[in-house]
Design a protein around this ligand. Structure first.
Ligand SMILES: NC(=O)c1ccc[n+]([C@@H]2O[C@H](COP(=O)([O-])OP(=O)(O)OC[C@H]3O[C@@H](n4cnc5c(N)ncnc54)[C@H](OP(=O)(O)O)[C@@H]3O)[C@@H](O)[C@H]2O)c1
Length: 434
């Protein structure tokens, strides 16, 4: 291109103009000079796909909006498609069509990637295009880039952390104020930290999708949403949080992806963490991810896990990476499942547990319960007796045990006459005896 014609012009087709889409648009406009100086290219949004283009929207001129994806796909001037509509359909069709047509794709869509990631990565590779997805996990934190580019030789053994801001906000509020779960959830909704339908967040499904993506990249193996076992925070009570604090712990929803005997195990569950664990102080809607490997020891990345502007910053950084590697995509542009590792069964994982049991207030109760645990070779580390009469409870912490043994003991204990409600154990991470 002749020098007099100015910087190269790169045109984007944006799909969706919601919280993140509108922020990507404004960030690209506000930072245009800086981005042009850094990349040597003038990057702008040419077309925006929305459902109702006639609705007036702040920030972008009305003639950019269309409700026809073909206006973006069929425009040879548009080289990057930024997908920010969310969900799997029609996002999958749009992303597939864009890659098929040789356009690069940037997406923040964890549902799509946790279900179709490796198909899309392969397609991008086949078409010598690019797909980038930094914003799909942990908002503004550049964990995908670090995993893809900086950890290739790190021999990673585990990736774990707090990857859902909504549940972290709720648990932080319960811990800070003693609020009940339902009240903390209502407060999170009032302040915009939880959606009107919070199911995906509180059930752990949102974190599971993110952990599937992180595990896939960390262990070079296709890990899908269905490969992740998840437990949400619905059953964590304010009593559990209060007792945990008494014992020196706080409760967090963790995503944990680990290698056991070179096999992958990925799960999401609430866990008691020692107060002095670095993740214990990650509060509110913040996220934090630990990477552990033989070559790096331990790295922690933390920051805002969501938010329109924060997420938009990760999307724009992906756009800049696409522009930087245009014409010369290499192995960093395509996550590859070259390891193809097997999965390690949940039953064989060895974990520590905390358990609050509502029991009858009568002699011999503790003995009966201890006997069942003994039969399953589950060793009790400590027991506290709380309350009297109809409020009698046992608060127990256990030494590390194979999860299948613990589950079998719990099932039997749930059937004892002296136990008044279904036992709901919570795992304990980072105890001294682990
Ligand atoms: N918000 C965050 O903090 C955050 C953080 C990390 C990742 N993400 C991810 O970023 C993506 C976008 O999230 P968001 O918060 O910006 O969602 P959002 O506010 O709901 O925006 C989505 C937009 O896409 C539009 N849309 C949906 N289906 C469409 C279709 N078939 N055709 C055209 N437009 C369509 C919606 O239009 P209508 O207005 O007509 O419904 C809406 O404007 C999601 O994948 C999300 O998981 C978000």
């Amino acid at each position: 291109m002749a020098a007099s014609s100015g910087p190269e012009k790169i045109h984007i087709g944006l799909l969706g103009y919601g919280t993140v889409g509108s922020n990507v648009h404004s960030l690209l406009e506000q930072q245009a000079d800086e981005i042009e100086k850094a990349t040597g290219a003038a990057i702008s949004i040419k077309k925006i796909l929305v459902r109702e283009p006639s609705v007036p929207r702040a920030g972008a001129s009305p003639d950019k909006f269309t409700d026809n994806f073909e206006d973006i796909l069929g425009d040879p001037g548009i080289s990057i498609v930024v997908e920010l509509i969310g969900g799997t359909e029609p996002a999958f069709d749009y992303v597939t069509a864009a890659l098929e047509n040789g356009k690069a794709v940037v997406t923040a869509n964890k549902q799509l990637l946790s279900q179709q990631g490796f198909y899309l990565f392969q397609l991008a590779r086949q078409k010598k295009s690019q797909i980038r997805f930094e914003a799909s996990v942990a908002g503004a934190i550049p964990v995908i880039k670090v995993l893809r580019e900086s950890m290739v030789a790190a021999d990673l053994k585990s990736v774990y952390g707090i990857v859902n801001g909504t549940t972290n906000y709720i648990l932080t509020e319960m811990n800070r104020t003693g609020a009940r779960y339902a009240d903390a959830l209502a407060r999170a909704q009032e302040w915009g930290y939880a959606e009107a339908d919070p199911t995906a967040d509180i059930s752990g499904k949102d974190a599971a999708a993110k952990m599937a993506i992180l595990a896939s990249i960390a262990f070079h193996t296709g890990v899908g949403l269905d490969d992740v076992t998840c437990t949400g925070i619905e059953d964590v009570s304010s009593l559990d949080i209060a007792y945990a604090r008494e014992l020196g712990f706080t409760v967090k929803l963790l995503g944990v992806a680990k290698l056991y005997q070179d096999k992958i195990n990925v799960r999401v569950y609430p866990a008691l963490l020692k107060m002095d664990h670095p993740l214990a102080s990650v509060s509110g809607a913040y996220n934090a991810v630990f990477l552990k490997g033989t070559a790096i020891d331990e790295i922690m990345l933390s920051g805002p896990g969501a938010g329109g502007r924060e997420t938009a910053s990760a999307v724009v950084s992906d756009i800049i990476s696409v522009v930087a590697r245009r014409g010369a995509p290499g192995f960093l542009e395509y996550p590859v499942a070259y390891s193809d590792r097997d999965f390690y069964p949940d039953d064989d994982v060895v974990s520590s547990f905390y358990l609050r049991l509502e029991v009858e207030d009568e002699p011999g109760v503790l003995g009966a319960i201890a006997r069942v645990f003994g039969e399953h070779e589950v060793s009790i580390q400590s027991v506290l007796q709380k309350g009297r009469g109809a409020r009698a409870e046992l608060v127990m912490v256990f030494h590390p045990v194979r999860e299948a043994s613990f589950a079998a003991a719990i099932e039997q204990i749930g059937g004892l006459k002296v136990v008044r409600s279904a036992p709901r154990p919570i795992r304990v991470e980072g105890k001294d005896d682990e």
